[in-house]
Design a protein around this ligand. Structure first.
Ligand SMILES: Cc1cc2nc3c(=O)[nH]c(=O)nc-3n(C[C@H](O)[C@H](O)[C@H](O)COP(=O)(O)OP(=O)(O)OC[C@H]3O[C@@H](n4cnc5c(N)ncnc54)[C@H](O)[C@@H]3O)c2cc1C
Ligand code: FES
Length: 276
């Protein structure tokens, strides 16, 4: 693995902004103290150290940018590292290892139509790919975005998604499993949105990220539509420690999700069994 940073010494970064997206999920904007860009690709993750607490992997949610060096993480509070991250105030220091892992092959998608299928927090890494495409809009064909959440309270980036859905060149469809009194949209799991979309399956590639249980059903729908396995990409998140293929924590049947993934073309992992 060639990189211009150490895998053993986290690079210091500073929290420059934070914004609550819902009760448990917050958007964090960081910049490396070196002043260098993070230089990630859509779909990659970084290992974040909260000094004195521990380290955890997070997807980079912002697209690679050339106009400034800030990058965004979106984090759900669940345990010690994520709660400590949420408690940080602007100006706080963290450590960064990475970016690590495989990424969505954006050059391969040039000229193609694209279908995003994001379940829950799967929208976090999908957002990096989607916003990359929106920033290079002329290079890609039709874009369709399906977003599913358990309930309206857990939706994230509602304003951004509303703004994107007003564009004429992107189709956005949302669903929730369980509605509240105010919800006027689709109700049901994310695959209930498939009959509502019109896509050219000869020219469409798919990026899907969500809870493991979702993949089986999304892949079934894609297959039913006639989208071949080699045009379906997904991300497999597993418990990770080292992030660089040394500890084995993230293995599924010999595949290191940190090194060979997290982004996989379905063709390469269709035989992994329990994972899908
Ligand atoms: C490649 C990758 C990218 C990720 N991207 C994001 C992201 O963008 N935003 C985000 O909020 N989270 C993301 N996660 C999950 C995140 O890493 C975990 O939530 C985090 O490690 C929890 O750390 P903690 O110390 O707060 O919780 P802990 O105290 O370690 O654990 C609390 C609970 O969370 C469970 N848990 C810990 N790690 C994971 C995991 N990897 N998957 C499922 N459950 C876990 C534990 O089993 C336990 O029940 C990602 C994970 C991976 C592998
Ligand atoms: S996290 Fe250590 S091998 Fe993948």
């Amino acid at each position: 693995m060639k990189s211009d940073f150490s895998h053993y010494v986290p690079r210091p970064a500073t929290l420059v902004a934070k914004k609550e997206l819902n009760e448990l999920v917050t958007l964090f904007e960081f910049v490396l103290d070196s002043g260098k860009p993070l230089a990630h690709r859509p779909g990659q993750f970084i290992q974040v150290s909260i000094y004195g607490v521990g380290e955890a992997p997070f997807s980079v949610s912002s697209p690679p940018r050339t106009d400034h060096n800030n990058f965004e993480l979106v984090v759900r509070r669940i345990g010690s590292v994520t709660n400590s991250l949420h408690a940080l105030q602007t100006g706080a220091k963290i450590g960064i290892r990475g970016p690590y892992g495989s990424y969505f092959p954006m050059q391969k998608f040039v000229g193609q139509d694209f279908l995003f299928v994001a379940g829950g927090l799967g929208y976090i890494p999908i957002r990096s790919v989607l916003h990359y495409m929106l920033r290079h809009r002329d290079e890609f064909g039709e874009i369709t975005v399906l977003v599913g959440t358990r309930n309206p309270q857990e939706r994230i980036f509602t304003d951004q998604l509303a703004e994107i859905s007003r564009r004429k060149d992107v189709q956005v469809l949302e669903t929730v499993d369980v509605p509240d009194d105010k919800w006027k949209g689709n109700v049901g799991v994310i695959t209930t949105l498939f009959p509502k979309i019109r896509i050219n399956t000869d020219t469409t590639s798919v990026a899907t990220i969500g809870p493991p249980v979702m993949y089986k059903f999304v892949i079934q729908e894609c297959t039913r539509l006639g989208i071949p396995q080699n045009r379906i990409y997904l991300s497999l998140e597993r418990h990770m420690k080292c992030g660089v293929g040394k500890c084995g924590h993230c293995q599924i049947n010999g595949v290191n999700c940190c090194l060979d993934g997290p982004v996989f073309c379905y063709t390469d992992i269709a035989g992994l069994g329990e994972a899908l």
